[in-house]
Design a protein around this ligand. Structure first.
Ligand SMILES: [Zn+2]
Ligand SMILES: [Zn+2]
Length: 175
């Protein structure tokens, strides 16, 4: 087993293993030294806890070897899906993004968007039903927006939340 990183979901007792959100970085040695990968990019990251679905904000992770009982599930090909949109509440234009852990889709050809229609529908349904809870970076409640506002990206390498990223301007211009 290789070194990985975890952050702690605030919804669980501080030392509880259930609260450990393992990042499952695909190439740990590379990621831990890559200046453009989180947490080296110096940005906060928003991650949904796979256990309780609460989205929390993190600035750093703990390097450790994952516990034995997680080895199988860690190796079963999970991928972080980044969900992005613009807030839109009370004229707020703040960029919103968080990551949810998904089973790696078969035949995923593009990293932007979800090419599998069944999977895409199920992710949108989860969003409509407010499966993931918490707060947006601007402080507004994390609740569903119309389907057409969502952008998805499969993240081989996790990156922090950058509100100055040019992709937000692109999203504002097509809104
Ligand atoms: Zn949790
Ligand atoms: Zn907002």
């Amino acid at each position: 087993m290789r070194l990985d990183l975890f952050v702690h979901c605030s919804n669980h007792a501080p030392q509880s293993p259930a609260g450990q959100i393992w990042l499952r970085v695909s190439k740990p040695e590379q990621t831990l030294n890559d200046p453009t990968a989180w947490p080296n990019d110096g940005l906060p990251i928003f991650l949904a806890c796979p256990v309780c679905n609460q989205v929390s904000k993190h600035f750093s992770g703990v390097q450790a070897f994952p516990p034995e009982e997680l080895h199988n599930s860690l190796q079963s090909g999970k991928v972080w899906l980044r969900v992005s949109y613009l807030c839109g509440m009370e004229d707020c234009e703040a960029p919103v993004e968080f990551h949810v852990l998904m089973d790696a889709p078969k035949g995923q050809k593009t990293r932007d968007g979800i090419s599998d229609e069944v999977l895409r529908t199920s992710v949108l349904l989860s969003l409509q039903r407010n499966r993931w809870t918490g707060y947006r970076p601007c402080g507004h409640d994390l609740r569903a927006v119309p389907d057409r506002f969502y952008r998805f990206r499969w993240m081989e390498k996790l990156q922090g939340y950058d509100e100055l990223d040019p992709r937000w301007d692109e999203m504002r211009s097509i809104k």
